[in-house]
Structure formats: structure tokens, C-alpha cells
Design a protein around this ligand. Structure first.
Ligand code: ADP
Ligand code: MG
Ligand code: MG
Length: 269
């Protein structure tokens, strides 16, 4: 049972489109995060149902766990595992910027890739997150990443003609083929992930990267990537988890490649 006095200003962890996230206690020992969505927003009911439906059965160390929910009364509540280090964006350009070392960045990139690989490959139908961005990546106390915020997640449509082309997602992270033609596939997440990889490497916001469409920044990020991360990945593929590492590595490569050229050619939205 959640105490309602948990929902006060001093316990606030974050704000989003349709509600707020609070730190709370399930019992004396268990700290949780409670996401409260206002029921009077038409879209928050949809997002709530989505988060509940899609994430309940998913267990993976890089995907945020949903511990429970409630839709009684005037609020929709999602009880989530608490992530002490908050979201990744704060560590890139927010209050704690510049504090992640290269090992941590590398682990974060790999962790996100593993979480995505699970969503895209472990189920009968692919799950597409649709809102991969730095503020939806949360960090544990030892900086392991978990993908959060499944409000926009969808099963991959079998038939693209039924895709709702209405824009959903976040400007700057959205794949051009989805923003322009409404074409929805797992590549949409891979593209957004590529943007996040660039943000992690460069420490700059995607919108900044796009606005300048700066070849310099991309080139710079790419060089850093090759120097710092690629080498380490190659070293580590020699260990026993070779297959997994290679698979994840492929995703990172693809993400970086598909992000690399379209960014500079991206239409203004
Ligand atoms: P929205 O759908 O409104 O964007 P999110 O689920 O992304 O909501 O949460 C908004 C913000 O709240 C996040 O960016 C993060 O800073 C914070 N937050 C969300 N869930 C947690 C959690 N489980 N632990 C710690 N902070 C969280
Ligand atoms: Mg969010
Ligand atoms: Mg959301």
C-alpha cells in the first residue's frame, strides 16, 4: 500500500508529458518509483495501458521492471523499480555532466544495446519502444543502464499500411523514414539508439548535433568511438560471451552507421 504523502514536491524524481514520478516506499525496506499519470489526459490512459501491457512480462537486466499498478480513483499509478542515479541526460549535459568515464560510457552503450536486442529478438512479435532517448535511460547505483518509459511502445505491425502515421516520439531522435512516411520497424529504435550513442560519446544534445548538422562533431564522435570503444569491444569479444558481444557490436555499428549520414541530411521538422 502506497502512502499518499509520498506524492509531494520533495519526493519528486522527474516530470514528463502527462504526469510526475515520485520516490516512495512499498514497505520500510523497499524503495520504489511511482509514476503518476493524470487520468483526464486522453493520451495518458493509452500510455498507462501500454506500459502495463507490454512491460509486465518482460524480465531483463537492462529493461526497467514494473512492480505493480493501480488504476483506481482519479490517478493512474505505475510502481517501478527505483533507479538511484536517475536519467542519463543529467550525466551528459545536466547537473552531473562530465562525470562518466569511458568505461562507464562503454558499459552504458552496451547495456542499452542488450536491452534493445531483447525487445527486438526475444518475443514472437518484435516490441518497438519508439521513444529511445537519454532521458528514458535510467542508471542504477553502479551506472548500469535500464531502458524506461514504455508509454509509446508497440508491437511491430505486420502490415505497414495500418501504421498510424501520426508522429510519436521525440524530435531529434526519430528516424526519417518514420517521421516522414510513418514506416515503423525495429530500425526506428536502432536509429534513436544511434543518436543516444553519439550523445554519450560527444556529451552533446542530439538537437545540438542536428542543428549544427555538424560534420565536425560526427567525425569527432566517430574518431572517439573508434579509439575508445571499438578497440575495447574487439578486445572483449575474445571472452566467452563472444556471440552476445558480436551481436551487440553489430547493433552499435548499424546504429552509428544509420545515424551518421541521415543526420546531416535530415529534413527540418
Ligand atoms: P514520461 O513518460 O512522462 O517521460 P518517464 O517514465 O520517462 O515519464 O519519467 C520521467 C523522468 O522521471 C525520467 O526522465 C527520470 O528522470 C525520472 N524517473 C522515471 N522513472 C524513474 C525511476 N524508476 N527511478 C528514478 N527516476 C525515475
Ligand atoms: Mg520519458
Ligand atoms: Mg513517456
Amino acid at each position: 500500500q502506497l502512502a499518499t504523502n509520498n506524492f509531494c514536491e520533495e519526493n519528486i524524481l522527474g516530470r514528463g508529458g502527462f504526469g510526475e514520478v515520485f520516490k516512495g516506499n512499498l514497505d520500510v525496506k523497499t524503495v520504489v518509483a511511482v509514476k503518476k499519470l493524470q487520468v483526464y489526459h486522453a493520451r495518458s490512459k493509452d500510455e498507462f495501458e501500454n506500459e502495463v501491457k507490454l512491460i509486465t512480462h518482460i524480465h531483463h537486466r537492462n529493461l526497467l521492471r514494473l512492480l505493480g499498478w493501480s488504476s483506481e480513483g482519479s490517478d493512474l499509478l505505475l510502481v517501478l523499480e527505483y533507479m538511484p542515479n536517475g536519467s542519463l541526460d543529467q550525466f551528459l549535459w545536466g547537473a552531473k555532466s562530465g562525470t562518466l568515464d569511458w568505461n562507464q560510457r562503454y558499459e552504458i552503450i552496451f547495456g542499452i544495446a542488450r536491452g534493445l536486442a531483447h525487445l527486438h529478438n526475444e518475443f514472437h512479435v518484435k516490441i518497438i519502444h519508439r521513444d529511445i532517448k537519454s532521458s528514458n535511460i535510467l542508471l542504477t547505483d553502479d551506472f548500469k543502464p535500464k531502458i524506461a518509459d514504455f508509454g509509446l511502445a508497440r508491437f511491430q505491425p505486420e502490415d505497414q499500411s495500418h501504421v498510424n502515421t501520426k508522429f510519436a516520439g521525440t524530435l531529434g531522435y526519430t528516424a526519417p523514414e518514420y517521421a516522414l512516411q510513418g514506416h515503423l520497424s525495429d530500425k526506428v529504435d536502432t536509429y534513436s539508439f544511434g543518436v543516444v550513442v553519439l550523445e554519450i560519446i560527444s556529451g552533446r544534445r542530439s538537437t545540438e548535433v542536428n542543428r549544427s548538422s555538424s560534420d565536425y562533431l560526427l567525425e569527432h564522435a566517430w574518431k572517439l568511438y573508434e579509439k575508445k570503444i571499438h578497440k575495447k569491444c574487439i578486445d572483449e569479444t575474445l571472452d566467452s560471451k563472444q556471440y552476445e558481444q558480436e551481436h551487440v557490436m553489430n547493433i552499435i555499428e548499424i546504429a552509428l552507421l544509420c545515424t551518421q549520414s541521415p543526420v546531416s541530411k535530415r529534413p527540418t521538422m
